[in-house]
Design a binder for this molecule. Sequence first.
Ligand code: C2O
Ligand code: CU
Length: 526
Amino acid sequence: MVMGINGKFPGPTIRVKVGDIVRVDVTNKLNTEGVVIHWHGIKQRETPWSDGTASISQCAIAPGETFTYRFTADKAGTYFYHGHYGMQRSAGLYGSLIVDVADGEKEPFEYDGEFCLLLSDYWHQNVHQQEVGLSSLPFRWINESQSLLMNGRGQYNCSLASRYNESATLPQCAPNVLSVFPNRTYRLRIASTTSLASLNLAIGNHKMYVVEADGNYVNRTEVTDIDIYSGESYSVLFTADQIPYDNFWISAGVRARLPQTPQALALLNYIPTPESKFPLSPPPVTPRWDDYGRSKSFALNITAAAGTPRPPKSHERRIVLLSTQNKFNGHSVWAINNVSLSLPVTPYLGAIRYDIKDAYDQTPPPENFPDWYNVSAPPANPNTNVGDGAYVLVNGTTVDIILQNANMLEPGASEVHPWHMHGHDFWVLGYGEGRFAEEDEKRFNLTTAPLKNTAVIFPFGWTALRFVADNPGVWAFHCHIEPHLHMGMGVVIAEGLDQIRAMNVSRDALSCGLTGKMFAAEDARR
Ligand code: C2O
Ligand code: CU
């Protein structure tokens, strides 16, 4: 079972130009649950109520209701959109969102054609069963997915031979085919909306050149394969330069978790080679899942292209966020500085706009974790708290966030978490091992730090980010692994409270909880 949009899975590709005002009317035809759509990578400057995060920027759209999103396409690049209520992204509620340069503008690189590959993972068990398992006692983990998908297409129980020829075998085993003309250069726009998997993608026999990451141009870097975590997007260029003309496999396989899911495969077809010709070379082998050294060097090779604004030289505020795996009333959860995020009923944006103080905890969560906490051992006290406080940022402040990883409940274990920020790009200033220390700041990259909206923390390591709080609104900042977010791995950032209070927040977004009550009372008085 998947959730579709306009009768399609994945949802239709939305293609717009920089400067366009994009309007999307979303009608909820799910009979028994709400829905929202988040535009992943779009900054939502001056339109924070169009960010599409349930309980943060708006109320879930009730069954039968329509909500209109309206926002400006601010930056050219490769993006996607997805559900942001419950675990609806895992249920298949997603599609590609491409922003082209404005008319008369040019991309800073040339190519003859392009393809989108939206990567995801797919479970046979439906998402409600998954949700119930995650919040049950005893805990039931979702396990690894049955398939990896490219543009919604994947294979299950298909032999390699059966995957290349639709007519020869089962149509459901046929791969996506990307047909290219020899000697031409193509842009491959790759985005990952996986629920769980970190992936590595390669094109057999072809080098790739990374040119874009999360909607930002990066220094052209030659690679044989790319690591891509959930929430990230990349554009790579490749030239169809193989002789003799043939077909080649494009593969994507699991990284950072012991793989139990077969690679996703697509076919690169050189015109006029028949699509049904079996490739001469086998699919590229995915690098060993736990070769983190390789992943770190890939991450470090991504640097900002010339012309990218540089980060401010120093910060005005630093927030250290420790990610831990914990227990709450016996349930398995994730916590940040000992608070596991549990979203309130009334959206923060409305609560702040109308100054409703009892909508969520007015005490912001801790800015750091205790000195005595040992990040390389399981938590001494496995129990944590649940909360819904928000970090409050003064408009215009330069903020550093240090994402600190730690040992999980099981000794010797720590895993990768791709953190995604709404409303902003941030500079990735550096990665390090163990616990972040003051002197690590001397190693920050202040010259070629790439701008991203998603950055990974490696096992037992830290990642340092910097951004300027110049976008009033309420923004989610969370691990993009869907079950982790569902289990509390996120924080809420309330930015520019005075500016929010002066905003014309769309009422349609706030018809639930305490804001809903307030509007109903006002209407009754009228
Ligand atoms: Cu694509 Cu809050 O996520
Ligand atoms: Cu995570």
